[in-house]
Ligand binder design. Structure first.
Ligand SMILES: [Zn+2]
Length: 342
């Protein structure tokens, strides 16, 4: 199916919130990883979200160019072209963008969508994340409100973060003193500022002890009940229609019970990056260890072209990542829940 439009994306999110499941939102950095997500989603009969980080965009544009917006446009263009060949829907997002990177990343992408819409073409991305979690709440939300107003005009969804996800992602790490648990008061302020009459969804990454990266079991103290407290508070103040669409960041390595509890409380999008990186690289490592004499020219031999042709191991890695996407769709209960029934 083509990349979703605004109406279809809203329908996806609504179905997830009602059905207590979430879409895997998977970071990609190349054509191969984007193709892996589409294959994994299609095999799972799950819709999903493909997203690009600032670092992923810079990488995709090439080491000599390192233009995060340009690389993100390239990946999005590719997804627009190939998604139509798969029997599921995907939305395109961008991931964490701190305030100092908005001008280099999110704004050029918003302008590109505005240009496309003026020419009668579909949006480039469906949504963008602004991560102002390092700022004071007021400063974070001041910027968020301005973005929300501009995004609404172009059917773009905004994702924001209130509270801080621990750990390290894309070279940015949270300090140990960071506020790892969002409060209902924080989220009420979000609802007060960004609740619209026509119900434009806002994606909210509230934090409940989640950590970017992967840690051994026991390291992460998740408290999904925080999400329930925030939902209860907003429903009490603004009614059931104002329930949040939560995003779960830093969930790699979480207990499945904690993940399911978070889904029950309104998580509709779960970002999965680290586990995908490992699945992809694990398959390549396996290929290199198994075919040592083929990928290298050992003892004056010539190696094996079939083993060192990058397509051979990239295809293996693509399949391995697609398998990991299938696991994510099962864990998040989106498997079998595609908008289009087959
Ligand atoms: Zn994140």
């Amino acid at each position: 199916m083509p990349v979703v439009d605004y109406g279809q994306y809203c329908e996806m999110l609504d179905r997830a919130r009602k059905g207590k499941f979430a879409y895997p939102a998977i970071n990609v950095t190349s054509l191969t990883t984007a193709n892996a997500v589409l294959k994994g989603l299609a095999d799972s009969k799950s819709d999903g979200i493909i997203q690009v980080s600032t670092g992923g965009g810079a990488f995709a544009s090439g080491a000599a160019v390192k233009d995060m917006a340009l690389g993100a446009i390239s990946i999005a263009d590719h997804v627009h072209r190939v998604a139509a060949r798969y029997p599921i829907y995907v939305a395109l997002h961008t991931d964490h963008c701190q305030a100092d990177k908005l001008d280099a990343f999110v704004m050029p992408l918003v302008k590109e969508t505005e240009r496309r819409r003026a020419a009668g073409e579909p949006n480039l991305f469906n949504g963008h994340m602004f991560d102002g979690s390092a700022l004071a709440l007021k400063d974070n939300l001041d910027i968020a409100v301005k973005l929300f107003e501009r995004f609404t005009k172009s059917d773009l969804l905004l994702e924001i973060e209130v509270g801080v996800v621990g750990g390290e992602e894309d070279g940015v790490s949270a300090s140990a003193a960071a506020k790892l648990y969002t409060t209902p008061e924080d989220t009420l302020e979000v609802a007060r500022l960004m609740k619209t009459k026509d119900g434009q969804p806002l994606l909210l990454a509230a934090t409940f002890g989640n950590v970017h990266g992967v840690y051994k079991p026991g390291h992460v103290k998740l408290k999904p009940s925080i999400l329930k407290d925030c939902q209860d508070a907003v429903v009490k103040e603004y009614g059931p229609e104002s329930r949040f669409y939560f995003v779960f960041h830093g969930g790699s390595g979480s207990d499945i019970q904690d993940i399911h509890e978070a889904l029950d409380y309104g998580v509709v999008k779960m970002n999965v990056d680290t586990d995908m990186q490992y699945a992809f690289s694990r398959a390549i490592a396996n290929h290199f260890f198994k075919n040592y004499d083929g990928v290298l020219k050992v003892d004056a031999e010539v190696g094996d072209k079939k083993a060192y042709d990058p397509r051979s191991y990239m295809a293996i890695a693509e399949r391995a990542m697609a398998e990991r996407v299938k696991r994510a769709a099962i864990d998040l209960r989106s498997a079998g829940n595609a908008l289009v029934k087959h």
